[in-house]
Design a binder for this molecule. Structure first.
Ligand code: NAI
Ligand code: MG
Length: 500
């Protein structure tokens, strides 16, 4: 191979170099499969984005690349004082500007955000993968385009609210506080900011501990779009920062996506106030494969259902319910497919499974997998070499899983699938519903009537037929039971951001 390379490339290939955000690869390879992050514009230090200005704080924390543990930037930590400043800025912007301008004007700003994001899509994809560990193929195909689509979609609603609420008089609420997790940073921000602005509210949004960077890049986009100062305020910090935001008296609505545990804390802490609340929490979705399903398509659906974004997905198909008659063939084909998954550098376009988002999450996944083994389930992992540095976990599945096992009940939030079997559609429904959660579910079958019959009996907010993990800004997303309440996306996504 090397004899055909030009002399320059041969020299570069011989010399291994390290570039921030990648593993060690020969330079000439970049044009082939590794995204080159060297042109990405990232500041060594990010201040808070409050009232259209960059605000310094007392404390800063490191944000790292989970695929190599290198520090990418320092990021400001917001304490109560800064949260207060951000909320006051949002409140002033609401009173003086955002509630006074026309819906058409609001729409124009949201469209501008979408268009500028479109121009910077590649940069955003690379940063999302560097900071979060997800394969760049996914951030390019899913995270960033969907985020943009949400801004476009809600820009369109801004001046049509009276059609969304016919015969009613939808009014904005005021300042909304938004708290997002680390698994889809820009996308979760888009899900929350776009409808809030469309309905005429102003925003204070807090990024998650490990993934603040694309939100600060979004702040730059908001500046560039000329959005009036204070309309969107972006801060970073931890749970304490989030708690200040939740409990601030001027915050009229909270939108939270994250763990069920924190969702419950938030609900308790605002009880007795008139704050509006939407919670999008965990899940333990059933992905149901019937014996009449198109098997090869279902195998792809299983893979996408659980290994997409390393399984850091609230609606992941983490419980596979397979009809007993086809269990052996499904397990065999699944193993074969898994042996072809590439685990490695998130910036390699050929990577299927990237890095685990944090050491903390890796420890949680290991603990859950250990519990599966200890409780007697049988584990499969394909052979693959994991990079020496960074946080990694092999794609994994368990068979011989009992319904009482922890791995069948608790959200693992990693690339770990629990396989259970069923005999009849009624048993599939019963097992699918045997969970505290109710976020999503999928069914694979050749029969349309079975799709409707089974899915109509499953208590999950989002259901898929012969596909999985498909999203669209026009469809509402949200859960039942301990997966939370309220819907994001679609016309229903406007409900939480208006008072009638
Ligand atoms: P988390 O729920 O603690 O964090 C989510 C967001 O809430 C972050 O921005 C965090 O700073 C903020 N937060 C934490 N405590 C808060 C409080 N008391 N008041 C207000 N905001 C608060 O989730 P974490 O610790 O990152 O992950 C723990 C587990 O939760 C994961 O292992 C996973 O199982 C689950 N999880 C589920 C998600 C989902 O979308 N279903 C998203 C993230 C985590
Ligand atoms: Mg937490």
């Amino acid at each position: 191979m090397s004899s055909k390379l030009p002399a320059k490339a041969k020299k570069a290939a011989a010399k291994e170099i390290t570039v921030k955000g990648t593993n060690i690869v020969p330079k000439w390879n970049y044009s082939k499969s590794i995204e080159d992050p060297s042109h990405i514009k990232l500041k060594p230090k990010y201040d808070l984005f409050i009232n259209g200005k960059w605000e310094k704080t007392k404390k800063y924390f490191d944000t790292i690349n989970p695929s190599n543990e290198e520090v990418i930037s320092k990021v400001a930590y917001a304490e109560g004082k800064e949260v207060d400043k951000a909320v006051n800025a949002a409140s002033k912007a609401y009173d003086n500007v955002w509630s006074k301008i026309s819906a058409k004007e609001r729409s124009k700003y949201i469209f501008r955000i979408a268009r500028i994001l479109q121009e910077k899509a590649r940069e955003f994809s690379i940063i999302e993968s560097m900071n979060g560990g997800k394969p760049v193929r996914e951030s390019k195909a899913v995270d960033i385009p969907l985020s943009i689509a949400h801004f476009f979609y809600y820009a369109g609603w801004a001046d049509k609210l009276k059609y969304a609420f016919p015969g009613q008089n939808p009014k904005p609420i005021g300042v909304v506080g938004q708290i997002i997790p680390w698994n889809f940073p820009l996308l979760m921000a888009a899900w929350k900011i776009a409808p809030a602005l469309a309905c005429g509210n102003t925003v204070v949004i807090k990024s998650a501990e490990t993934t603040p960077l694309t939100l600060y890049k979004l702040a730059e986009v908001i500046e560039e779009a000329g959005v009036p100062e204070g309309v969107v305020n972006i801060i970073s910090g931890d749970g304490a920062t989030g708690a200040y935001l939740v409990n601030h008296p001027k915050v009229k609505k909270i939108a939270f996506t994250g763990s069920t545990e924190v969702g419950k804390i938030i609900m308790r802490s605002i009880a007795g106030t008139d704050k509006k609340l939407t919670l999008e929490l965990g899940g333990k979705a059933a992905n149901i494969i019937f014996e009449d399903a198109p098997i090869d398509a279902a195998i792809e659906g299983i893979i996408n259902g659980i290994y997409f974004n390393q399984g850091h997905v609230c609606c992941a198909g983490s419980r596979l319910l397979v009809q007993e008659s086809i269990k052996d063939i499904v397990v065999k084909k699944l193993k074969h497919r898994m042996r072809n998954l590439r685990v490695g550098d998130p910036l390699d376009k050929n990577t299927d499974i990237g890095a685990i988002n944090s050491r903390m999450q890796l420890n949680k996944i290991k603990e859950m997998v250990d519990s599966g083994v200890a409780e007697g389930a049988s584990m499969y992992q394909p052979e693959c070499t994991l990079p020496a540095r960074g946080f990694w976990f092999k794609p994994t599945f368990f068979t011989e899983v009992a319904q009482s096992n922890r791995i069948a009940n608790e959200e693992i939030f990693g690339p770990v699938l629990s396989i259970l079997t069923f005999r009849t559609p009624a048993e599939a429904v019963e097992k699918a519903n045997n969970t505290f959660y109710g976020l999503s579910a999928g069914v694979w079958t050749d029969k349309g009537s079975k799709v409707f019959n089974v899915l109509s009996k499953i208590r999950a907010g989002v259901v898929w037929a012969n596909t999985f993990n498909k999203f669209n800004p026009a469809s509402p997303f949200g859960g039942y039971k301990e997966s939370g309440f309220g819907r994001e996306g679609g016309k229903q996504g406007l409900d939480a951001y208006v008072s009638l």
